[in-house]
Design a protein around this ligand. Sequence first.
Ligand code: UD1
Length: 419
Amino acid sequence: MDKLIIRGQKRLKGEVTVSGAKNAALGVLPAALLLDDVCTIENVPDILDIKILKGIMESLGAGFEYIDKNTIRIDTSNVNSFIATCPDMHKLRGSYYLMGALLGRFKKAVVSFPGGCNLGVRPIDQHIKGFESLGAKVEIEHGLVKLSANKLVGTSIYLDVVSVGATINIMLAAIRAEGITTIENAAKEPHIVDIANFLNAMGANVKGAGTDIIRIRGVKNLRGDIVHSIIPDQIEAGTYMIAAAATRGDVLVKNVIPKHMESLTAKLLEMNVKVEEYDDSIRISAKDRLNKVNIKTLPYPGFPTDLQPPAAVLLLRADGTSTITEGIFENRFQYIEELKRMGASIRVEGRMAIIEGSSKLTGAPIKALDLRAGAACVIAGLIAEGETEISNVHYIDRGYENMVEKFQSLGAVITRTSD
Ligand code: UD1
């Protein structure tokens, strides 16, 4: 099992380039299954979740050719199976997009329940409601979701909760449905727009992605031979921005869309961090004392839940008591026990973490309990006195391309070891 060893208290300095968005790529690749043709996807992050998804899609008959490390040519003309039940399906949340994509292509799908980070109960009832509204019969048996339809017919679907996954899954299933599908109370995350752009490039008719009403006019035919470039990863960008501020560093984060970062940028400014925005980069520098702030995670454009664990580490460096209220997932504070081993003074009351600033962190052996918890552990290691040893690195590999090399290039003393 690999570990990360970090010697903390180095100010990060320099430039770092953000990779393509994990959660966009996890939707775009399955969306290619709606085609019976080839397409080229650029800026695909080289991360574990994508390798797992590639294996699952290959088991369905899709062909993958790497043009370079981040560019994939996918051939879906030989996809002949609508059954995605291999054990790897449980390893990632994004496997749920095979439901919408296979249902859209074959009018039937048999798909294992998705896995992903343990953030409490993560139901898929809104996905199911959407598929049923489009005319699919849904049976859940032995951990499998079985979907079948004679035909899919467009309709109006109101989401009871704002769900990223349900919004994208319904979009995928509705692309070839008869008539118009309207998704109301849709999620508005940047990667929903990215996936809609990819679908439209192949001839779909999706309007309103990025607002809370998405209208999809079903089409009979889609065309391949298109090239799509995945948007930059908003959460990876935010992780480096927060790490720069927490280490009182000076870092230019490149390949970002500053608009996507607004909720974080606003909090950093409120904390007294200097933020300079350019066309596709953001410079973060923090020399002075940091103010306490209160954060609440919300669907986009609110503060992203995936940046909540890294933000908690930053707040340990502020003057006074800050709070974070988790508004999306019921159980996303487990990582705090790991931070406490390093001396962090944080207590959790229901959905709120109360964070005492100016806590002195000292290096300790800690565990990455999930992907973003892992990012929080790394930032904690970067600011702690002495050596921090992080196990369960595979969680970090799921979503961060070359994290060790990227932090090393900013001057961090971080290495990876294998037992
Ligand atoms: C996606 C992201 C994840 C991110 C999250 C919120 C992927 C692969 N994962 O997860 O990184 O943290 O968005 O931005 O893109 N809910 C229901 N019923 C449903 C679906 C969701 O009650 O059918 C609830 C969830 O339990 C949660 C909230 O809605 O409380 C939002 O979840 P959702 O947006 O669906 O998150 P995911 O798609 O699982």
